[in-house]
Design a protein around this ligand. Sequence first.
Ligand code: LLP
Length: 424
Amino acid sequence: MNLLELGSFHYKEKKLYCEQKSVEEIAETVGTPVFIYSKNYLVNQYKEFDKAFVGINHNIFFAIKSNFNLNVIKILLDQGSGVDVNSGGELYRALKAGATPNKILFSGVGKTAEEIKMALQHGVKLIKAESLSETNLIDKIAGEMKKTAPVAIRINPNVDAKTHPYISTGLAENKFGIDSSKAEEIFLECSKLKNIRLCGIDMHIGSQITSIEPFVEAIEKMAELFKKLKLSGIPLQHFDIGGGMGVMYKEENFFSLFKLSERVKEILLQLDCEILFEPGRFLTANAGILVAEIQYIKQNRNKIFFIVDAAMTELLRPTLYGAYHHIQPVKINDRKDIIVDVVGPVCESGDFLAKDRTITECIEGEKLAVLSAGAYGMVMSSNYNARRRPPEVIVDGDRFFISRSRESFEHLLWDEKIIDELHT
Ligand code: LLP
């Protein structure tokens, strides 16, 4: 399967379209670099996820760390999604997008007391604790606030998700969750805390996982633990499988939710509880592209460089994980293929979007689309080199909307100012 057969982006008369809107037209109106997302794709991915688990009592909590644009969140909320947040800032964004607190899960390996207070104040559905010290802190804060905190404990099931080491989270050597061998002991210890309602177990074994096997292995292990804990009298109501379902960046086999559902249905039904999922990338990655304009083309020794106006500041994944993002011209041409590095203007040799990539010959001023940029793109962007973050556009049919504008120079300063006393 080709990436463009996934649905939301396609060529018509050699021009790239997002749904029924020409990408060139958007880029010319809004400027480059720009992120463009398809509403239709987000809706369809959500429905596909939901459909795969029909017959299982489940709910989906969109992991907004993959894309926290307010309108992207709202589009998924309108489909019935909840949200998974990883910080006070993400909680703030989720609430601004209109999420109801009882559909918010609060994750994170290092929540601060302030974040725990914020979660309790708003009344989130679950706080997912990752250590005994954290459950003690939640208990103390809940006590001070005269509340009972709904808590799930994240277990590290020690399975190899066979993904990039930076995004693998379910191995015993990773910082996440509680060691599965100590889980029973810790649950029993926590069940004594007065201001906590221990209601779930949770896992998240990694990201961009392309095989269902690590999930099956982890779910089997966790299901055993779930049953034991219930037998010891802990009234668990939720079993949280996390996110991590992989998507297609290249031609790699991508994740079949239907196969996963088939394999684990029986185990999950036996647990007789609410199953929670926290997909991020699955919903957003192929909903978005990053469009850049070629500023200069130059040759150094044997290498040809396309120097574009997007950089590692917009899409960090290629340099951070060696991630592959397909790149193609916004207007297809009939010129021959060449091999190039697509690089940005940032002062780092690591500032590249693609290395040794085969692409058709281009001309300065032409535009390129970097595909699969809807997840972990804009959210990982930075102001390095005092670059202004790009705009985010959402396409709905033949209309497009600027959900967030390009940052201005004023944004770069925020409230920073010259302090006269320092310079006398
Ligand atoms: N739940 C938890 C607790 C997580 O830590 C994550 C992602 C997710 C859900 C969503 O995972 P997803 O379905 O999107 O794989 N920046 C990296 C990905 C880091 C993922 C971190 N946690 C990248 O660009 O590949």
